[in-house]
Design a protein around this ligand. Structure first.
Ligand code: HEM
Length: 290
């Protein structure tokens, strides 16, 4: 049974142009189109997502939701956060842990690898959690309402593209506490509209929503670039005997997520190629082993 909306019923769900839910949707419309058109999302929609892409996306989402949900928890009683605080219905962290364990095994925490843009995103979440908790609403909206919208389709595409026989590894897409995503989104919008904000806070929050989309776009682009570089490295190697996906797992070790800066790597094609060769050599020679 779902607990959605049981504690704080919304009586007035009428939406007007001046409502936060409408404003945030309008202000992020172009960003949404840009997000849908990232290379990663386009591969998704075409049913061409690879296991490496999905695994790195899960690693990134883990870091992002860890920061988002911890900051939401810390600020749960803040007047702007409280109305949209739905940990039972929405929390993704445990689902992501389950999915990561499925793909990386019990030692998954030591195998997390994320591109630099992911840490940029989490740093912003930590910063606003401390200085502007009301902006967390913009981030929660961007992620959770996205997950309950296009995200539901992406779950089915992932299963088909990767040929997964069961739902193992796909927990992220399932919201057992939400019986109807559409009804829940209505409720969520009503809650957003009930938040009292000064005009300055509202303007800041709307701007933050655009930033939240941008941070997601950067993560997608960085995943795409990072994987193409690692794969280039693997292709350039004359020593590699293992499939690329196995090699990538070995590139990442340590308790903290390993951060790869693709903007640095993509600085020049020559540098990119040389680094590709180095990565391949490092993998081939076992230099990654700690
Ligand atoms: C291929 C990728 C994507 C597809 C196909 C897609 C599709 C959709 C669709 C069809 C809706 C409308 C659902 C409705 O009106 O009930 C929607 C809403 C939404 N999407 Fe996406 N989406 C994609 C990517 C993203 C990404 C990457 C984000 C953010 C990180 C995102 C965030 C949102 C949000 C926040 C909403 C709610 C809009 C609102 O009602 O205010 N989407 N998406």
């Amino acid at each position: 049974m779902t607990s959605e909306g049981q504690q704080r019923p919304i009586t007035d769900t009428q939406v007007t142009d001046s409502d936060l839910s409408e404003q945030i949707k309008a202000v992020t419309k172009d960003s949404h189109v840009r997000a849908e058109n990232t290379e990663l999302m386009r591969s998704y929609v075409k049913g061409q997502v690879t296991l490496s892409q999905y695994k790195m996306l899960l690693c990134s989402l883990y870091e992002i939701y860890k920061a988002l949900e911890e900051e939401m928890d810390h600020n749960a009683s803040h007047p702007a956060v409280a109305p949209v605080y739905f940990p039972v219905e929405l929390a993704r962290l445990e689902c992501l842990e389950k999915d990561l364990e499925h793909f990386y095994g019990p030692d998954w925490r030591n195998k997390i690898v994320v591109p630099a843009a992911t840490l940029n995103y989490t740093q912003r979440l930590r910063e606003i959690g401390e200085k502007h908790p009301e902006y967390l609403v913009a981030h929660a909206y961007t992620r959770y309402l996205g997950d309950l919208s296009g995200g539901q389709v992406l779950g089915r595409i992932t299963q088909k593209s990767l040929g997964l026989k069961s739902n193992d590894g796909l927990s992220f897409f399932y919201f057992p506490g939400v019986s109807s995503p559409n009804r829940f989104k209505q409720l969520y919008r009503g809650r957003m509209n009930s938040i009292e904000l000064s005009s300055e806070e509202r303007a800041g929050l709307l701007q933050e929503a655009v930033r939240a989309f941008q941070l997601n776009i950067q993560v997608f682009d960085d995943i795409q670039k990072t994987l193409s570089i690692v794969e280039l490295g693997a292709e350039s190697s004359w020593t590699h005997e293992k499939p690329i996906q196995q090699q990538q797992q070995h590139l990442v070790h340590g308790e903290k997520p390993v951060q790869i800066s693709s903007s640095f790597l993509s600085a020049s094609p020559l540098l990119r190629m040389m680094l590709g060769v180095c990565v391949a050599l490092a993998v081939g020679m076992g230099m990654y082993a700690i």
